[in-house]
Design a protein around this ligand. Structure first.
Ligand code: OGA
Ligand code: MN
Length: 299
């Protein structure tokens, strides 16, 4: 009885903090979908800056205006550690998003003018998913706005995920996302409970456009940190130094070492900073200099 009572209270708080207006006609949805296809084509022929696209097996993200670190890119997956990328590494929001998505939302009194400064397109292949999460509140203002396209789907709240094989507990609420619907999460739905897209709810090809406002004081990575990837960190040399989580900001360099030293084990020479990458000899600089300020965060 208590559990049931508690669950209905949660559902009430959820439905009171979610809005789902229909703003776009079927023809307007067709047009938005044509533009999304354009973005995907431009991405596939290399028109966007490297950091504007994040590809995984069943889900690709296209970032416009802003991008932040999440999931696999982070040394520790705790809410609060997410950081914005330097903004000049990310493509600006395309004009069509202003004209055909944002402006109609302003005219329909769904959002305020000048609210949106970040747009992300998620493209899902059938079976694609996004695990339970809260959009980081120190990065994004509320509401979180999304426009669901191409096929009907559903967003679930309060699921726990398990992996290998991926599976998901029963949701507290399964919110239908019919094609074209605008979904706004604020208050309880955005902050107090996780949301996800389950693989079983992505039956067909689907895309979503997320419109958010990045807060002016949200923490941002320095350029240096975005340069520290597998091609630039001399793991052979770096592993000679005892890397300490407290000393390297957020232990990021240590994470790089852990991750890429496995990948590179087979390719590594005996000692020192010379490795063969493809057929070219690559000489690595002494990266001791990075040990103390690997991920310097500009406030
Ligand atoms: C997200 C998200 C929901 C969706 O990318 O943060 O919650 O509808 N996406 O795909
Ligand atoms: Mn989300």
């Amino acid at each position: 009885m208590d559990a049931h009572f508690c669950k209905t209270g949660t559902i009430e708080k959820l439905v009171n903090s979610i809005e789902q207006p229909f703003v776009y006609s079927a023809r307007e949805c067709d047009r938005l979908e044509a533009y999304v296809r354009d973005v995907i084509n431009l991405g596939s022929v290399g028109c966007y800056q490297h950091h504007s696209i994040d590809r995984t097996l069943l889900r690709t993200k296209y970032f416009f205006g802003e991008r932040y670190t999440y999931g696999a890119q982070m040394s520790e997956k705790r809410l609060g550690l997410e950081r914005l990328y330097p903004s000049n590494l990310i493509e600006p929001i395309p004009l069509w998003i202003y004209l055909y998505i944002i402006n109609p939302l302003i005219s329909a009194n769904v959002i305020e003018a000048n609210f949106v400064n970040s747009a992300v397109i998620n493209e899902y292949l059938p079976g694609g998913c996004i695990v339970s999460h809260i959009d980081p509140p120190h990065i994004f203002d509320r509401p979180i706005i999304s426009i669901s396209l191409f096929s009907d789907c559903a967003m679930c709240f309060g699921c726990k995920f398990e992996y290998k094989p991926i599976r998901c507990s029963e949701p507290i609420l399964r919110l239908p996302l019919p094609r074209g619907v605008v979904t706004l999460l604020s208050g309880f739905a955005a902050n107090e409970i996780t949301h996800c897209i389950r693989p079983e709810d992505t039956t067909f090809y689907r895309a979503v456009i997320l419109l958010r406002r990045v807060l002016p004081n949200a923490p941002r990575l320095s350029h240096l940190s975005t340069l520290l990837d597998a091609n630039n960190v001399n793991l052979v040399a770096a592993s000679k130094f005892k890397l300490d989580n407290d000393k390297t900001t957020e232990g990021v360099l240590k994470k790089f070492c852990d991750k890429y030293s496995k990948v590179r084990k087979g390719k590594r020479g005996n000692y020192g900073g010379i490795m063969k990458v493809h057929t070219r000899k690559t000489y690595f600089a002494d990266n001791k200099q990075y040990a103390n300020k690997a991920y310097s965060i500009s406030e």
